[in-house]
Design a protein around this ligand. Structure first.
Ligand SMILES: Cc1ncc(COP(=O)(O)O)c(C=O)c1O
Length: 460
């Protein structure tokens, strides 16, 4: 394709290394250049408007034009544009935000550590688990359990937890001491005829077998997203967490809830941990914490974990961990304002009011010949596209059915994310009924067009 070298697309191709992009085809396909946003919409350089049905990267929960967040940032920037928490320094926005998070946490939490991304929060959690077990005199208890298809980030340690092949392949990951258990996706991994309860029991038994086989004295913690996001929006069966938590407690394996996507209303409660009755020892959160207006993440830890850190830091003389921008005052101020808005605008009530329309609409699309499973909870959902609905046979990856459907939806003014052949939905929490109808109509058209293409190419 010939491009004007001064165009934004040509300059992008000449200068940017894009995350999560096929670097070989990008110069041909080119970027979608987004120049502004309003409400649940973004607008590209040609003025075309899209419903951002992924809230960017599952994050812009209050939409793309919330003036109260902008004002909070300006105000904080004018007051104190930077300060930090190293060497016993502090500032009011970090203190206030930590207090607020502890008060609203879904399980008793004692302290909050701020970082800048979900990956950093999860990396920190791994380091704290290791530090804690050194403090407790159990230097062998260091292995961390993750689950197949988990997504916990892309730093070296968090990507080691991310059990998605392309995040590890040829990056020489995972690192040592990361072990994996089953993904709780009944549609894909249940045995023929296996009920949800039997499936969950089997997974719980497998988890226990894994811990015993590895040696309980070597297994320290397990990470879990309440709903697995980037692995395909996998909603666990109702009794999954009820079954696995007693096993973790039995072997003194900490549970770290990764609320990076689910936190702050996504599943219809403030926390995914509430929706799925999870009582974690640590909680990581990010994204909607600031409605993604500024980068900030938080790791909350229980008093037991904190006490162990205190004793180790006393021994060493310092708790040697921290990021320059962790707890940045402007990001903290924006996060505080986001929490105010969730409360004052009754965002949870709104999510509960509109979520059934999205969920029922997705379930209706399950009747489409391309859709194997429609799933979701609250304002997060997915359609898994399959070649054969009866056998659940997937399409060959080279057919790129999911990306084609996402592109078709984009042409109809809806930005989705295709994760393989699973289309994900995670719109801003402020989406209204009319916008959900528009979104679902566009997806229906996109599926019809993708089916026609697949028929034309002899793929179905
Ligand atoms: C559940 C979950 N954990 C962690 C992360 C990593 O967050 P970040 O991209 O901010 O590092 C993500 C990102 O999508 C996520 O979905």
């Amino acid at each position: 394709m010939v491009r004007n070298p001064n165009s934004l697309a040509a300059r992008d191709i000449a200068s940017l290394l894009h995350p999560y992009t096929n670097l070989k085809t990008h110069p041909e396909t080119g970027p979608l250049i987004v120049t502004k946003g309003d409400g649940v919409h973004v607008v590209d350089e040609d003025g075309k408007r899209y419903i951002e049905a992924m809230a960017g990267l599952w994050c812009t929960s209050l939409g793309f034009s919330e003036p109260r967040l902008v004002e909070a940032a300006i105000d904080a920037m004018n007051r104190l544009p930077f300060y930090h928490g190293f060497t016993s320094k502090s500032h009011p926005p970090a203190i206030e935000l930590a207090e607020r998070l502890i008060k609203m946490a879904p399980a008793p939490m004692s302290k909050v550590f701020f970082a800048n991304s979900g990956s950093e929060a999860n990396d920190t959690a791994i380091k704290l688990v290791w530090y804690m077990n050194n403090a407790l005199g159990r230097p062998e208890k260091k292995k961390i359990i993750s689950r197949q298809r988990a997504y916990h980030g892309v730093t070296i340690a968090s990507a080691s937890l991310t059990a998605i092949p392309n995040n590890q392949r040829d990056f020489d990951l995972p690192i040592a001491r990361i072990i994996f258990t089953d993904c709780p996706h009944h549609y894909r991994y249940a045995l023929p005829g296996e009920s949800e309860d039997a499936f969950v029991q089997r997974l719980a038994d497998n988890l226990e077998k894994l811990i015993v086989a590895e040696g309980p004295d070597t297994v320290a913690a397990m990470f879990a997203e309440p709903v697995m996001g980037a692995g395909g929006v996998i909603v666990p069966p109702a009794r999954y967490f009820e079954k696995i938590q007693p096993i973790l407690r039995k072997y003194d394996v900490l549970l770290i809830a990764d609320e990076v996507i689910c936190g702050f209303g996504r599943t219809g409660n403030m926390w995914g941990s509430e929706t799925f009755k999870i009582k974690p020892d640590m909680i990581s959160c990010a994204k909607a914490l600031s409605s993604a207006y500024l980068p900030i993440s938080a790791l909350m830890i229980s008093e037991r974990v904190f006490q162990a850190l205190v004793s180790e830091s006393e021994k060493i003389g310092v708790f040697g961990h921290g990021f320059t921008y962790g707890g940045h005052p402007v990001a903290c101020a924006v996060a505080l304002k986001a929490l105010d808005i969730y409360r004052d605008d009754r965002i949870l009530d709104h999510v509960c009011a509109v979520a059934p329309q999205l969920q029922q609409g997705l379930r209706r699309l399950a009747a489409h010949p391309l859709v194997g499973e429609a799933r979701g909870v609250g304002l997060i959902g997915a359609l898994e596209l399959v070649k054969d609905k009866a056998t659940k046979e997937p399409f060959p990856p080279a057919a790129a059915i999911g990306p084609k459907a996402a592109l078709a939806a984009q042409e109809h003014g809806v930005i989705l994310r295709a994760m393989g052949d699973t289309l994900a939905f995670s719109p801003p929490l402020i989406i209204d009924a009319r916008q959900i109808t528009t979104l679902l109509d566009a997806v229906q058209k996109a599926l019809d067009e993708t089916l026609a293409l697949a028929k034309r190419d002899g793929i179905v």
